[in-house]
Ligand binder design. Structure first.
Ligand code: NAD
Length: 353
């Protein structure tokens, strides 16, 4: 067995009620003036965080999707004028993205408190938007140093968003299984992460207050996020990036719709033992992981068509053109006509096969 595995060094505190450890975490790192970041929708959670600390330098509540640089500039000004010595981001990938953008520019330590399953907290990757163009970069310094997962904070994540955010997370682990840099350690994390989410998400949809299911889902999300941070992704992430950026589609919902189609395309090139392990992690798959994903998505009651989010069938050619214009790693050769068909199915909402 030959492989390379690079672990990303961060401190993870996981559980229920773990937010109460934030004050001691700051003092352990000798930090006294954290700037709290959130979206306008999560101001009350940010206020609660502030109330648990002896002091904060302020709260910046304008985090938004795609990390636009003009918001980052504004937050940077705020951080300087308030003499912040650290960043606390409480929220989903949008807020954590802003935290990363400030941290990489200033060198300030970044403590993440994730409240969705998107997984940005475990990666050294930052996507930013300037003048409508999204660029992505990777740098070990972008990786947040401390992550506090508190299951209690995910209880308010609406069931529908929990479902799509959870499938977004599963997508990281699925692509880790056939990554160009796949290795046995990441595979272990990926399979356990997929299993945890696939078993818990249907319970969350029927009972959003289930503490057990919430805990299992957040645990799975952490594992899948580790995969995203450790190994390279392929067709599925490329398609979602292209479709999301070019057709202004919502992040988690796009991942949810595309995943079974991307897997169906790639499954012809994935070794049978890998497909079998993936199928084992997906209840109801009968040995076929694409079926397993279809069963999961149907049980979650999520939308299956990108046209439901504004993408049109006329956009399919343009999307296929963009998605195949730059070469990237994929286990199966990228064939434009077949990729076009994958996108068409996702747009109209056909079942993946
Ligand atoms: P998000 O951060 O935009 O959150 C969606 C909405 O849900 C926001 O209004 C948010 O305030 C609200 N919300 C979040 N948690 C909540 C909770 N517990 N209760 C109630 N409301 C809550 O969405 P997301 O899916 O977490 O993140 C998507 C963004 O993250 C995208 O821009 C994506 O590109 C980025 N991302 C980056 C990476 C990376 O490694 N760089 C990884 C994953 C995602």
């Amino acid at each position: 067995m030959n492989f390379t595995y690079t672990s990303n060094p961060s401190r993870v505190i996981f559980g229920s009620g773990t937010l109460s450890k934030l004050a001691s975490e700051l003092s352990r790192q000798n930090l006294k003036a954290p700037l709290i970041l959130c979206t306008p929708q999560q101001i009350s959670q940010a206020k609660h965080v502030a109330s648990l600390l002896p002091a904060v330098s302020g709260t910046f509540s304008e985090a938004t999707m795609h990390t636009p640089t003009h918001i980052t500039e504004k937050a940077l000004e705020f951080s300087k004028s308030s003499n912040s010595d650290s960043i606390i981001s409480i929220g989903g990938g949008s807020t954590i993205g802003l935290g990363k953008a400030i941290s990489i520019r200033t060198g300030l330590p970044h403590i993440c408190i994730p409240t969705t399953y998107a997984g940005s907290e475990m990666t050294p990757i930052l996507g930013e938007t300037q003048d409508g163009r999204k660029t992505t970069r990777s740098d070990p310094k972008i990786l947040p140093g401390t992550v506090i997962y508190d299951v209690d904070l995910t209880m308010t994540l609406p069931a529908a968003l929990s479902a799509t955010s959870g499938v977004n997370s599963i997508a990281h682990a699925v692509e880790a299984l056939y990554s160009s840099t796949a290795n046995p350690i990441t595979t272990l994390l990926a399979l356990e992460g997929i299993k945890s989410l696939a078993e818990s998400l249907p319970t969350i949809v029927s009972d959003a207050a289930s503490a057990d299911a919430r805990s299992k889902a957040l645990y799975g999300a952490w594992l899948c996020a580790s995969c995203l941070g450790t190994v390279g992704m392929a067709l599925h992430h490329k398609l979602c990036h292209t479709l999301g950026g070019s057709f202004n589609l919502p992040h988690a919902e796009t991942h949810t719709i595309v995943l079974p189609h991307a897997l169906a395309y790639n499954s012809k090139a994935i070794p049978n033992d890998v497909l079998a392990k993936l199928a084992d992690a997906l209840p109801g798959s009968d040995g076929d992981p694409v079926k397993g994903l279809n069963v999961l998505l149907n049980s979650l009651g999520v939308k299956r068509a990108l046209k439901d989010f504004g993408m049109k069938e006329e956009d399919v050619d343009k999307a296929a053109e963009i998605a195949t214009s730059n070469p990237y790693y994929n286990p199966r050769e990228i064939k434009k006509e077949e990729i076009r068909e994958v996108i068409r199915r996702a747009v109209v909402g056909e079942e993946a096969r």
